[in-house]
Structure formats: C-alpha cells, structure tokens
Write a protein that binds this ligand. Structure first.
Ligand SMILES: *Cc1c(COP(=O)(O)O)cnc(C)c1O
Length: 415
C-alpha cells in the first residue's frame, strides 16, 4: 500500500541499489509470527516467508533470546578454533537427520557448491573417474542458487544471460512434472536421466519439488526410481532441500514422502530460524572424508552464533510441532484453494505449506494478482508469469489461513 513515506524509500533504493530484483511496492518495518507491518503501520499476512526461510515465524521470542544471549557471549571465531555451539549443532543435526557427517556454510548456494565439490571428489577418489572428467546430471527447470558455477547448469536464460563462460561438467535431464504423465510408468523423466549417464557421471542433483520453477511436484514414485537408478549405476543422489526441507512439505525432509534416503542432502533457509543465514551439506563419512584440511572452507561457516540459532531452530521444529502443522494446515489450505470456483485457476498443487496456484495464461498476470492481494493485506509472490506461490510460516493458524482463503477468493472473484 503505497504512501509518500514508502515511495521515498523505494525511490532511494532504486537510486542507490542494484536493480536485480523487482519487489512489490511495500516497505516493511516489523515482523511478528505470521505477520508483517509496513512503515505506515499497515498489517499483512506473510505468504512468502522469505522463500521458505521463515518457518518459525518472524521474531520468535526463543530465537531472539538465543540471539541475544549468544551474541553477547561469542558470535564469530572462524574455524581456526573449536567452539561448543558448533560441536553441539553438528551432533544435533546428525542425530535428527540420520546423516553421519556435516559441513556448514552460510548461504544455500555455498552449500550447493560444497555438494558439487564433494560429489566430484567422491567421483575421482572413490569411483575412479579420470581427472577433470566428472559429470553431474541436473534437471531442467532447476534452481540451486546464483554463483557462476550454479547458473552454468540453469535452464533459465535470465539467470545466465551475459554471465559466461560457464563451468563445464553438467548435463541436464527432464524433470518429472514438466511432462503431463499420469503415473510413474508413463513418465519420461527417469529415462531421460538414464540417457545422460556415462562412466564419468558422479552424481544426480535435483530438488524433490521444484520451488522456483513454480512448485512442480513430481509424480509419486519418481524419487524412488531415481534412487534405484543411482544405486544400480554407482552414482550419488544429492537432494537440494534448501527450500523443501525442515518441515516445509509436511515431513522433516521431502524425500521421506518416498521412503528413500539420498547420499547427500543440502539444507539452508529455515535452518537459520528466520534470524540469520546458515546452510549445510550432509552425507556419509565415506563421501565427506574426501575433504581434508585446506580443501574447502568458509570464514563465517559454523560460527557459534549461527550454530546456537540453528540448534534452537531444530528444537523448535519438534517442540512446537511445526512439521505436523505444516502437514495439517497444508492439506487444509490446498483443499480450500482447490474448492475456489474460478475460471482463472488452471491448477493448484503442492505439499505441506508450499502451494503453487497456476493461472490460465491469458486471463491475468500473476504479478498483478499479487498486487491485488497486497491491497487486501496478503503478501504473496509470483514465480514466472503464471504461478502464485503460497508458503506461509509453518506456525500459521487455521484462523489466519481462513482469513487468507477469504481474501484470495474475493480477489479471484473480482477479476
Ligand atoms: C533458495 C535456494 C537456493 C539458494 O539459496 P541462497 O541462500 O539464496 O544462496 C538453492 N536451492 C534452492 C532449492 C533454493 O530454494
């Protein structure tokens, strides 16, 4: 809701800031739980959650307490020394996830880079791939971050244009969810992955659900088949659960829906409790032990402040039953959105509190719809031109969801 005060900040930002985003025209000042307030005091329900980084809600009192306590004690040391918070964090995440070994970084993209390095070392040192020949297979429509190596294997021109030369060693296969297959037996995706495999393939890297591509949910059985393919061909299966992990889909990890376990797991976003960035790559010791002192690192990675916050963030997921709430509220939200009778909606899909509403192309631009929802007090974000994603904090209540569903219905009816 634009005002002269907000216009001032927006003008200043565009005057001095790089124009690598196009935000909705609202200037936020305060957050609490599932709510955000702008500088004029208008209140909004958050359906973006910083792209799923805000699972615990904004300004969670216990996370703030941890932040204050640990930051006044010890915040940053670098990994030149040991700290108690880091060792406690490693033990906690390993016990909760079932992975033997963990390497921490800060942002998601850094953890993806770590996974790529780990997969390549495993390829050379365990699998015996000739030097500099390792290949990783990714999926079309992927989003894994913004570094030059990661955008090298993106299929989105806007992520790549003008940023070459690109890193070699990546192949793209078809993601399941881009085809319109009704069952896994008629899905062409697995075959497409199989075709890209050769003796130098060290890993397959995918998202269990593609978020940025528009909440593309693969057909049941897809991940299981991909797991079987990787096992039979001696290839690592690495899952990027930076957005899908830590309860977002109604399970701790999205791969649990398929009863499989990947060889490598990438976490980020909500691991930092909506307070600060911390990311991690998790795997077996066999894979991780190919890292040795000097081979990889990060100044801020695993710092005591981020470690303490992450410990608390993991504890709260269970103590406050955020995963169960995501499953329950997610099912309710999905069902309710599917019941909205509107010709504008092409499809509503998702898992847990991670839902994409795809609009029929010609009817309305997804960004325009987000602006209309903004005026109703609902903060949403489009992905591409035709999908609106709804990803509220995992602590959202049924009352708040009902309020949102009413507003969404009202806006869709008004078109
Ligand atoms: C957000 C995201 C990333 C990148 O994380 P950053 O913290 O922005 O670097 C990578 N993969 C997926 C699936 C994501 O959603």
């Amino acid at each position: 809701m634009s005002s002269s005060l907000q216009d001032e900040y927006i003008k200043t930002e565009s005057l001095y800031g790089a124009q690598n985003y196009s935000p909705l025209s609202v200037v936020l000042e305060k957050g609490e739980g599932a709510y955000l307030w702008d500088v004029d005091g208008n209140k909004y329900l958050d359906m973006v959650s910083a792209y799923s980084a805000v699972s615990h809600g904004h300004s969670h009192p216990e996370l703030l307490k941890t932040l204050h306590e640990q930051s006044s004690k010890l915040a940053v040391t670098s990994r030149a020394f040991y700290t108690e918070p880091f060792s406690t964090f490693l033990e906690k995440l390993s016990k909760v996830s079932g992975f033997e070994s963990i390497l921490t970084m800060n942002t998601g993209a850094e953890a993806v880079e770590t996974a790529i390095k780990a997969a390549r070392r495993w390829g050379y040192f365990s699998k015996g791939i000739p030097e500099d020949k390792a290949e990783i297979i990714v999926a079309n429509g992927n989003f894994h971050g913004r570094t030059t190596t990661i955008v090298s294997f993106s299929s989105d021109a806007s992520y790549k244009d003008g940023f070459g030369p690109f890193t070699p060693g990546f192949n793209s296969a078809e993601y399941c969810g881009s085809c319109d297959c009704q069952s896994i037996d008629s899905c062409l995706s697995i075959e497409s992955f199989e075709k890209k495999i050769n003796k130098n393939t060290c890993a397959i890297l995918v998202e269990p659900i593609q978020g940025e591509a528009g909440i593309r949910v693969p057909t049941d059985g897809w991940l299981k088949q991909l797991r079987a393919l990787c096992t039979s061909r001696n290839i690592l299966l690495i899952l990027d659960e930076i957005q899908s992990g830590l309860g977002r889909t109604g399970k701790l990890f999205a791969y649990e829906h398929e009863n499989i376990k990947p060889d490598g797991l990438i976490l980020g976003k909500a691991l930092g409790g909506a307070i600060l960035p911390i990311s991690a790559f998790l795997s077996s010791k066999e894979i991780m032990n190919h890292f040795n002192p000097g081979s990889h690192g990060s100044t801020f990675g695993g710092n005591p402040l981020a470690s303490k916050i992450a410990i608390k963030a993991i504890d709260l997921l269970f103590e406050e039953k955020l995963i169960e709430n995501s499953k329950k509220m997610g099912e309710y939200f999905l069902t309710s959105l599917r019941q909205i009778d509107s010709k504008i909606i092409k499809e509503v899909r998702g898992k847990g509190l991670w839902i994409g509403m795809e609009l029929n192309k010609s009817d309305v631009n997804a960004k325009d719809l987000c602006l209309m929802l903004l005026n109703e007090g609902l903060l949403c974000k489009e992905t591409h031109k035709t999908v609106i994603r709804f990803a509220p904090p995992l602590m959202i209540s049924k009352e708040d969801l009902d309020w949102a569903i009413n507003k969404i219905t009202k806006v869709l009816r008004a078109i």
